[in-house]
Design a protein around this ligand. Structure first.
Ligand code: NAI
Length: 476
């Protein structure tokens, strides 16, 4: 088995953590119980690109139990938990000397070049096999494949020197090398892939854009917009893991401090709630009047970043947008203020602009924590180099909330793989009854008693006793 992880001897610890996580992931365990015998994913060859954490290990092993062959990479250079990666490679029956699990290509602290080399590894399978499904988080695997197909059609890959974008440079390097080895590789993989299931807001945005411009190669299921994903993982997950990241990185008392959260979508709502829970005075920035009004009604001050940047002790970006905090604004921050991002990509904070500012110096405190001294003489504590801090400085969301997200992922993979003809190229969400089912699977372990509709009540509301209970346009 080919694989690339940091240290296989961490597998034992990883396995213990996975066993603890399984107990907290009732949705995934129910998938194993329900589909373990019928194996609806037999024949599926899944290329997975999603943070290689302990929770993801439970997802991977669930996909395997349902019959799939899997190759996995992380979707971020800092988010891998090396013990989880090792345990997945060793597998449930293997040993460090004789690994029997799943090929994983990920370690914590990859370089950008390594990241894109590893992304290639999950799409290019050994023995001329090709993946037929993608499970993506942020859309990087989908992007690499689409660009590969486009450049093969054009017969040439642009030189990496044609762009200043560091990510794109690496993508072009990988694809250029690949074209020399096999000029039809990506076209073959593109023809073989039946669909992608996408985890996050930012990846979903890319899919809808591709579909609109007519370049999407296969159908996609938008897992993010299952209610049991975005209204739980994005919100309650970030409520947990944002302050976990800040605490592990800095151990600065949050109570009494002024914290600015940029963006009051699902992620921003969870972040603001957790900072307020610690006693911070939270200020929100928003571009959308609806979300700005929501923030105001929830009791937060809503301001422009420019008006409050000098007051802030903590600034967190949660927008999925670019250039939300500029280098000039960082130059105005307080001494030892904390700056971090929890959105998917690292362009929310203009780190490149900061690095290019004359007179700026940096000092590393520990992995994923850097001091940036700006020309004012103040030092700003930057977390995870502007990449998502809850996975860079901590271990991401806890198992229970990820069980909701990943149960949606498993159902989406089954849906696209087994009913592929029902999905012409397009971007779809899972039907409401499956969304409600995911929630239902998580009630017992929290001791929730669900009230049952009587037949009379159901006919009064005009809905079936067994659901779905809400229309598709209901917003929760
Ligand atoms: P969302 O679309 O619900 O919220 C983003 C909000 O930011 C919107 O309300 C938008 O109006 C606002 N916004 C956009 N530009 C802005 C600007 N310049 N200044 C202030 N506000 C601005 O998206 P969601 O689901 O909250 O996701 C946000 C990001 O977090 C995405 O990149 C997503 O992929 C990522 N994400 C990260 C997770 C993590 O564990 N770190 C988990 C889930 C999502």
């Amino acid at each position: 088995m080919d694989f690339s992880v940091a240290d296989l001897t961490l597998a034992d610890r990883g396995r213990t953590e996975i066993t603890l996580a399984e107990h907290e992931m009732p949705g995934l365990m129910a998938m194993r119980e329900r589909f373990g015998d019928s194996k609806p994913l037999a024949g599926a060859r899944i290329a997975g690109s999603l943070h290689m954490t302990v929770q993801t290990a439970v997802l991977i092993e669930t996909l395997v139990d349902l019959g799939a062959d899997v190759r996995w990479a992380s979707c971020n250079i800092f988010s891998t938990q090396d013990e989880a990666a090792a345990a997945v490679v060793v597998g449930r029956t293997g040993t460090v000397e004789d690994p029997q699990g799943v090929p994983v290509f990920a370690w914590k602290g990859e370089t950008l070049a390594e990241y894109w080399d590893l992304a290639e590894q999950i799409l290019v399978w050994p023995n001329d096999e090709t993946p037929n499904m993608i499970l993506d988080d942020g859309g990087d695997a989908t992007l690499l494949l689409h660009l590969g197909v486009e450049y093969e059609k054009a017969g040439a890959v642009p030189s990496p020197d044609t762009t200043d974008n560091a990510e794109l440079k690496e993508v072009l390097r990988v694809l250029g090398r690949s074209l020399e080895v096999d000029p039809q590789r990506w076209t073959r993989i593109g023809n073989s892939v039946q669909g992608v299931t996408e985890e996050t807001t930012t990846g979903v945005l890319r899919l809808y854009e591709r579909f609109k411009e007519g370049s999407l190669l296969f159908p996609a299921i938008n897992v993010n917009d299952s209610v049991t994903k975005s209204k739980f993982d994005n919100k309650y997950g970030c409520r947990h893991s944002l302050i976990d990241g800040i605490n592990r990185a800095t151990d600065v008392l949050i109570g009494g401090k002024v914290a600015v959260v940029c963006g009051y979508g699902d992620v921003g709502k969870g972040c603001a709630d957790s900072l307020r829970g610690q006693g911070a005075r939270v200020i929100i920035t928003e571009i959308d009047p609806i979300c700005a009004l929501q923030a105001a009604m929830d009791g937060y001050q809503v301001a422009r970043l420019d008006s409050v940047i000098e007051q802030a002790d903590i600034v967190i970006t949660a927008t999925g947008n670019k250039d939300v905090v500029t280098a000039e604004q960082i130059g105005r921050m307080k001494h030892q203020a904390i700056l971090g991002n929890i959105g998917h990509f690292d362009n929310e904070i203009d780190m490149a602009g900061l690095a290019a500012t004359p007179g700026v110096t940096t000092k590393n405190v520990k992995p994923q924590v850097d001091l940036w001294t700006v020309p004012s003489g103040n030092t700003v504590i930057v977390l995870s180099e502007g990449r998502l801090l809850n996975l860079g400085n901590a271990t991401g969301h806890p198992s229970f909330v990820m069980s909701n997200s990943f149960t949606n992922q498993v159902l989406a993979q089954i849906e696209l793989f087994t009913k592929n003809e029902a999905y012409p190229v397009g971007v779809y969400t899972l039907p409401k009854h499956l969304d409600e089912e995911v929630a239902r699977l998580h009630l017992d372990s929290l001791g929730v008693e669900l009230t049952e509709l009587s037949d009379d009540q159901a006919s009064y509301l005009g809905i079936p006793v067994e659901g779905p209970y809400k229309s598709d346009h209901y917003r929760y």
